[in-house]
Design a protein around this ligand. Structure first.
Ligand SMILES: O=C(C[C@@H]1CCCCN1)Cn1cnc2cc(Cl)c(F)cc2c1=O
Ligand SMILES: [Mg+2]
Ligand SMILES: [Mg+2]
Length: 567
């Protein structure tokens, strides 16, 4: 393709609001244009990268007998009412009406649609297992779209759904998908880790997320250097072995604590370390209020609470709800004399006594409060985030943290959708059974951004070979010089037989051309310049700037060597 014909609006400067490096480079290299917050046009070089990522995904899906379909973006509300999710999702689910005022959503995912498609067709165990996948635009009305394609409101996903007669068959497909994802992200050139993840409301307890390591990543991965343990921090269990300090119980004492409303302020006021303070919070779990106690130096993990209480419906109680229940405002809450709601505590609350807690009276706290004597604990549990350096369960080693971008996820769904939507098959005994399902997603557009996060330098993108928009960048440095124009045109025709070539034939300065070539980031560059009259051109790698002057008679061989050397 000639650059004088294509559309790559490179920029010299990017808008300040672009924080992530991939967002900056997507804009600077002329790959995307924002239409609205979280909504982008993919320009020619971005579209070619998407095509290459999608092609790798297709190949790996088909290798494990995945069958490609394309389901509608517009999803009837009735299907979401059958599954019970129409009311479960808030403003993130984009809803609209058609001309007859019928309700639809713009699909954020397709469990309901695929289940309704299959329940009418797959009635016999003989037709199972089957895995359907699609590559399609999804819509989620994120409150805070950001970082370009990393968190958009419209994005491209490969979503696959598998249907099984039994759990073993689901396990087989789950393993196939896990392996296929490993191949996909390896071929794409990502540095990634599969991590144990929380399956959330979806239920079941088998899900892995595939994380591309990147500082910008919103997910924190907990991993070990001495085992292959890796988990999303939402999921990482905190091993608890009792380590009680066994100091003698002191008498409880009410202390006036003016303007003390945080754990740190209380620790400072009492001149103790934060770990001696107990934080008390009131949650609304479904329709019941509960109190959660946690040590001052720990943070509560809402995903662990959701899985402990087996509901997604957990919110922090509002101030007015708290005042209503305890007669006190947040900032001086505590468990003492609280019997109108149940009190749960993180395991590590057991290790200390003579606790400093709120007195449920603004401006007052208790010191030396002790469990059983002064308040009852309904149950202890693992309710907190693990800290870096803490021991992992078993002998899996010590927790190390890394940031990751979730680019894929594999789930065992079980019968959550087939039961609610009555999708059954006849088993070998002719008995109707609910289909057992798995679902598997890859963020295609997010993978493109993750690749840029991991492969760039201060001049621009450095594409992994397998997904580069083109393979060779042919540059006529000064096409006004007849011999350069002629040789470049000749090479353009020659090289196209072996490579996807982007030919910079523009009447621009050399500086502009080299700047743009560095931004666009193709793996190898062939430059036709001053020595064109001697038949000499320069071949140069983008990843390590290795370069070599070569006569065009040796160009094929040298270019092949350079190209093969690039990852
Ligand atoms: O999408 C999944 C599970 C898997 C992921 C892989 C591909 C198939 N689906 C989870 N999820 C995430 N965000 C959502 C947002 C909205 Cl607004 C919604 F209505 C539903 C969902 C939703 O269900
Ligand atoms: Mg997540
Ligand atoms: Mg996820």
């Amino acid at each position: 393709m000639k650059q004088s014909k294509i559309f790559i609006p490179t920029l010299r400067e990017v808008p300040a609001e672009a924080e992530a490096i991939s967002h900056k480079l997507l804009l600077k290299s002329g790959m995307i244009k924002q239409n609205a917050r979280g909504i982008y046009s993919y320009l020619p070089t971005a579209k070619r990268v998407l095509n290459k990522i999608e092609q790798i995904v297709r190949e790996e899906m088909e290798k494990i007998d995945g069958v490609e379909v394309l389901m509608p973006v517009l999803q009837q509300a009735e299907l979401w009412k059958e599954s019970g999710r129409w009311d479960a999702y808030g403003p993130e689910l984009m809803r609209l009406h058609d001309r007859n005022k019928r309700e639809f959503s713009l699909g954020p995912t397709h469990e309901e649609v695929v289940t309704s498609l299959v329940r009418d067709e797959l009635k016999s165990y003989k037709r199972l297992p089957i895995t359907l996948f699609q590559i399609q635009t999804k819509f989620r009305d994120e409150q805070r779209p950001r970082f370009g394609l990393l968190r958009g409101r419209e994005f491209i996903m490969k979503d696959a759904y598998s249907f099984h007669a039994n759990e073993d068959s689901l396990d087989d497909t789950y393993q196939d998908m896990y392996h296929a994802y490993h191949n996909i992200f390896t071929r794409v050139g990502l540095n990634f880790r599969p991590v144990l993840a929380d399956s959330g409301a979806i239920g079941g307890d088998h899900t892995h997320e595939f994380m591309a390591l990147a500082d910008i990543g919103e997910d924190t991965i907990v991993y070990s250097e001495t085992s292959d343990y890796a988990a999303n921090i939402e999921k990482a269990e905190v091993a608890y072995t009792p380590n009680h300090e066994h100091t003698p119980l002191k008498d409880i004492e009410k202390v006036e604590t003016p303007n003390v409303t945080t754990a740190q302020a209380l620790a400072d006021f009492l001149n103790v370390t934060l770990d001696k303070i107990i934080k008390s919070m009131i949650l609304k779990v479904d329709d019941e209020y509960v109190m959660i106690l946690i040590r001052g130096h720990h943070e509560v993990n809402d995903v662990k609470l959701k899985s402990y209480f087996k509901t997604d419906n957990i919110e922090m109680a509002t101030e007015s709800e708290i005042v209503n229940i305890l007669g006190a405002k947040p900032g001086s809450l505590g468990p003492v004399n609280v019997d109108q709601i149940k009190i749960y505590a993180d395991n590590f609350v057991q290790d200390i006594n003579n606790l400093a807690v709120g007195a449920n009276e603004t401006g007052y706290h208790f010191i030396n409060a002790n469990v059983d004597r002064d308040f009852k604990i309904e149950a202890y549990g693992d309710f907190r985030f693990i800290l870096e350096g803490e021991a992992l369960p078993g002998d899996l080693g010590v927790a190390k943290f890394a940031e990751g971008i979730e680019v894929g996820q594999v789930f065992k769904l079980g019968t959550k959708y087939s039961e609610s939507m009555n999708a059954t098959f006849l088993d070998e005994q002719g008995k109707a059974q609910p289909l057992i399902m798995g679902c598997y997603g890859i963020g295609i557009s997010r993978t493109l951004s993750a690749a840029i996060e991991q492969h760039h330098d201060d001049k621009g993108i450095i594409w992994p070979k397998a997904i580069a928009p083109y393979e060779v960048h042919l540059i006529a440095i000064n096409p006004k010089k007849e011999e350069q124009q002629a040789l470049a045109d000749q090479l353009y025709g020659q090289l196209q037989n072996k490579y996807d070539v982007l030919y910079d034939d523009r009447k621009e300065s050399a500086g502009v051309k080299f700047n743009d070539a560095d931004l666009i980031g193709l793996p190898v560059r062939v430059m036709v310049g001053k020595k064109a009259s001697e038949g000499i051109v320069e071949v140069k790698r983008r990843d390590n700037s290795e370069s070599k002057e070569v006569h065009i008679d040796e160009l094929d061989e040298v270019l092949a060597t350079f190209y093969d050397a690039v990852k």
